[in-house]
Design a protein around this ligand. Structure first.
Ligand SMILES: [Zn+2]
Length: 332
């Protein structure tokens, strides 16, 4: 799989001790090198301004510029470099779609992440929405795009940008009750977008079995019906049991099983697929999961060791409830 990466992503700094740090990318690059994987690399340019304005209101961009250096929110810091690097990460969103169109798959290995940035707001370590830029880029040549958000946090920014759209399907699995507090099971989109937002807010302790049940019972059946020409995956590795920011039980193998299903869905239907790094703060889990996604079509892989996860089973009820809410419209 081709990688979209810029060395400037390593220069992005939050305040000292922040979990969203440059090592998140260097461990992935290190594990690829150790496994003798040498994927083609593409360097993005800053995002095209017209494309960016399809995703964010100009007031949000002005707000970021005016913040200069300081706290954007209590968890999200800006230095004089932040906005320039965020523009490169958003540019990586667009380039990943171009690369995936040509080669069928791409991974945008980016910092800062993007899925908490909405039309008029940033926050939660995010400034510009990389995957939303990618969706708009994909829509230049596709009728329908699906975004699957596997980060443990609800992608409130992505949901905000596409809530009233039927040409972008947004599906999110996330831990309920943690940041940002949105993504209720009954939030299904508005106007013509009603039914094109699917939230699966899972309780703490949900693991491999329940996530796979949700994939097979809800996510894949809806994807089959929606029939997108492009699949974009917001991949956060913070639903991993080793991650300290949340309380889910996914293993590295569980993550890969979920990703393999999405990958097979895309490839089976000759659809493009592109992955976008969002969160994930345990360096071991990140390098294993992201490394193996990048290696998914290769004969070599990255060794996986973090497989002692757990599943308390309580999330199954939520999957069934989501199926109940969406079954009529999607005939699943
Ligand atoms: Zn997250």
């Amino acid at each position: 799989m081709d990688i979209v990466f810029h060395p400037r992503f390593m220069d992005h700094r939050q305040y000292a001790g922040h979990p969203e740090r440059a090592e998140r990318l260097s461990v992935v690059l290190g594990s690829l090198a150790r496994s003798e994987l040498d994927p083609p690399m593409h360097e993005p340019k800053p995002v095209d301004e017209d494309l960016l304005l399809k995703v964010h209101h100009k007031d949000h961009l002005r707000d970021l510029e005016n913040t200069g250096e300081g706290y954007y929110d209590p968890d999200t810091y800006m230095t004089g470099d932040t906005l320039a690097i965020a523009r490169l990460a958003a540019g990586a969103g667009s380039l990943a779609v171009d690369v995936a169109t040509e080669n069928s798959a791409a991974f945008a290995l980016v910092r800062p992440p993007g899925h908490h940035a909405g039309t008029m707001f940033g926050g939660g370590f995010c400034y510009l929405n990389n995957v939303a830029v990618a969706a708009e880029r994909a829509l230049e040549s596709s009728k329908r795009v699906a975004i699957i958000d596997l980060d443990v946090h609800h992608g409130n920014g992505t949901a905000d940008i596409f809530r009233s759209r039927e040409d972008v399907l947004y599906i999110s699995t996330h831990q309920y009750g943690i940041f940002p507090g949105t993504g209720h099971i009954k939030e299904v989109g508005t106007g013509v977008g009603e039914g094109y937002t699917i939230n699966v807010p899972l309780p703490a302790g949900t693991g491999d079995k329940t996530f796979m049940y949700g994939m097979d019972r809800l996510i894949l059946p809806i994807l089959e019906k929606y029939d997108p020409s492009f699949v974009l995956v917001s991949i956060g590795v913070d639903a991993h049991y080793a991650d300290q920011l949340a309380n889910m039980g996914l293993t590295s193998e569980g993550y890969m099983a979920l990703v393999q299903r999405l990958h097979d869905f895309a490839r089976g239907g000759s659809r493009g697929i592109a992955y976008f790094l969002e969160g994930g703060y345990d360096l071991g889990a990140l390098s294993e999961v992201v490394g193996n996604i990048i290696a998914i079509d290769e004969e070599r892989s990255v060794p996986m060791r973090l497989n002692e996860g757990y599943d308390n089973g309580v999330g199954r009820r939520i999957v069934d409830q989501a199926v109940g809410i969406h079954s009529i419209m999607w005939d699943i």
